[in-house]
Design a protein around this ligand. Structure first.
Ligand SMILES: [Zn+2]
Length: 362
């Protein structure tokens, strides 16, 4: 191999690409190093009008035998995190682990490729950190097709075959304001909200009865993360909002919790509550085929597992026969100010990618 992955990564971390920003500079950088590929940009403008580029690079047209997929955006950070450094074998900086490290491994692995019999694709996406927007866009456009795909996310070099989904909803409870000295004149949205929250706790217990042992915890978790209601201590609350999220496990409908919540609300008499599902990202279902997962497990000397966080796999699944998530670094240090990736893992990841490309496409 020519350039080592850490050399690419030092460049990539220094290119700011927090989700709200244009990701063009990262795409430009990648394109410079994808000389053997034909490049197609899939562009949209985000809600703020900023141009977002999704790149599909292929060695040949048609269905790819293997697609290497990576997002180009990062979560926000302090300026210092854009000045990468290597200390004691760890490369520090925003995106080093999540997930420019994987992009660096791709760029390192595809250098000086021999002529491949089968098609290799490199797919770079935008706005993953703000709801997998780029991946959803590519899925809607059917921008590529692949028999197998590796989506880069930090997994400590273990292949990931399944992941929980993510859903978010708001319940708006309506009451009637009145002077608190005259309760009969009003109706407290907060008293009603309390009954709803108790019902939501019962829903969480029902969800916990259906187990998927691949996960820890092995069921769909539900959380009431926010409650906002009332205007003053001496006013009967006219409105209360409850924010509820759940993380559905594979093997059950992603909206099962929503159905249970609707049924619970119907069973509470005299309550005026609107239930709005804001986001419903399906779980990452394990593929029927295990070829790629087994190959990666054998190369890295690990076993396939499941993760409790959401990835683009749930959205890109329809474009790919077998999809896994894989990458260097540990997700528990991603999204923190101490984000890093071990250089040893980067090099191993790049070598594994090269070996997989040669085995599947060579
Ligand atoms: Zn990521």
């Amino acid at each position: 191999m020519g350039l080592k992955p850490e050399q690419f990564l030092l460049d990539l971390v220094a290119i700011p690409s927090v989700s709200p920003m244009a990701n063009g500079p990262v795409i430009d950088y990648a394109e410079k190093h994808l000389g053997a590929f034909s490049l197609k940009r899939h562009v949209y403008r985000d809600a703020a009008g900023v141009e977002k580029i999704n790149l599909v690079a292929q060695t040949k047209p048609g269905v790819a035998e293997l697609a290497l997929i990576c997002h180009t955006d990062t979560v926000p950070c302090a300026d210092a995190a854009l000045h990468p450094s290597i200390r004691k074998g760890k490369l520090y900086g925003r995106g080093s682990c999540d997930v420019k490290g994987f992009l660096a491994c791709i760029l390192s692995a595809v250098q000086d490729l021999p002529a491949l019999k089968k098609t290799l694709a490199v797919v770079l996406t935008s706005d993953e950190e703000v709801g997998c927007v780029g991946a959803k866009f590519l899925a809607k456009e059917k921008a590529f097709r692949a028999r197998r795909a590796i989506i880069g996310e930090p997994s400590c070099l273990r292949p990931v075959r399944a992941g929980k989904g993510y859903a978010l909803a708001e319940i708006i409870v309506k009451g009637r304001e009145a002077h608190s000295a005259y309760p009969a004149q009003g109706h407290s949205a907060i008293f009603d909200a309390a009954r709803i929250v108790t019902a939501l706790e019962r829903v969480s217990k029902t969800l916990a009865t259906k187990k998927n042992r691949a996960f820890d915890p092995p069921f769909t978790t539900l959380n009431v993360g926010l409650i906002h209601g009332g205007t003053a201590k001496n006013i009967i609350a006219g409105e209360c909002r409850i924010t509820v999220e759940w993380r559905p496990v594979p093997g059950q409908p992603a909206d099962w919790a929503a159905q249970l919540i609707r049924e619970a609300l119907e069973k509470l008499p005299g309550i005026a509550a609107a239930f709005n599902v804001i986001r419903l990202d399906p779980p990452f279902e394990p593929s029927a085929s295990n070829t790629l997962a087994a190959m990666v497990a054998q190369l890295s000397g690990t076993r396939a597992h499941a993760v409790p966080f959401g990835t683009e796999a749930a959205h890109l699944g329809p474009l790919v026969d077998e999809v896994i998530v894989f990458g260097a670094g540990d997700m528990t240090v991603a999204h923190t100010d101490r984000e890093f990736v071990p250089v040893k893992e980067l090099r191993a990841c790049a070598q594994h990618l090269r070996a997989i490309v040669e085995r599947l496409c060579g």
